[in-house]
Write a protein that binds this ligand. Structure first.
Ligand SMILES: [Fe+2]
Ligand SMILES: [Fe+2]
Length: 211
């Protein structure tokens, strides 16, 4: 596929995403979407959830954000970053992204423990929001062009399906996401639990994709 055309499609698509309603089942088809578009649509949804949590300090919105980030970052670690590593000059780009993701996970875990009612939450959340937005921008500016140049269009389309395969592993309602495990141990928070399920789903989808 012509590179200019592909980037034009990406830019156009980023403006028309819709946030999925809770009652809808996750869309497993990609309708011709490629991996880079799928990631950028996610970034728009994450941006919108960050804004909702910032302005409303709503527990359910925060839970949706945690869930979205857990699935998104896991899918990037499993599907996207390994491809970038193989691209020319990709190694340092991936290392920087992983450092940012690690920092984000730690901050999110602190916020999960705090809860939205904690007086420290707004300031800590604002730091996370700034970091997550910068991280997404770095991916779009530094990582995606490497993918677009080094991975063929057909593979990017099939990997969009793999990338999306983890979405239905995340609970869609906050009330089904009790932070307590069966043993009452809250150390395994929703982020960790969702990321684990997402990883399994993606690895299975990856095996199916390879046939
Ligand atoms: Fe990321
Ligand atoms: Fe991302």
């Amino acid at each position: 596929m012509d590179m200019t055309f592909r980037f034009a499609r990406i830019r156009g698509n980023a403006n028309v995403y819709t946030v999925r309603n809770d009652t809808e089942s996750p869309d497993m088809s990609t309708n011709g979407t490629d991996l880079i578009q799928a990631i950028r649509e996610d970034h728009q949804q994450i941006k919108s959830l960050l804004e909702t949590v910032r302005t409303q300090l709503d527990a359910e919105a925060f839970q949706k954000l945690v869930s979205k980030l857990a699935v998104h970052e896991t899918a990037e670690e499993e599907v996207v970053h390994p491809l970038t590593r193989n691209a020319p000059g990709g190694e340092p780009v991936v290392e920087q992204r992983l450092e940012e993701e690690d920092k984000g996970k730690k901050a999110l875990s602190e916020l999960e423990k705090m809860g939205v009612q904690d007086p420290r939450f707004p300031a800590s959340f604002e730091q996370l929001r700034t970091d997550v937005l910068a991280h997404a921008q770095h991916e779009e500016q530094d990582e995606h062009p490497k993918l677009a140049r080094s991975v063929d269009a057909k593979k990017l389309e099939s990997l969009a399906r793999v990338f999306r395969s983890a979405e239905n592993t995340a609970p869609t309602h906050a009330h089904s996401m009790s932070p307590e495990s069966a043993t009452g141990n809250i150390a395994v928070g929703p982020f960790v639990a969702i990321a684990d399920r997402a990883r399994d789903a993606i690895r299975n989808a990856m095996r199916d994709e390879r046939g």
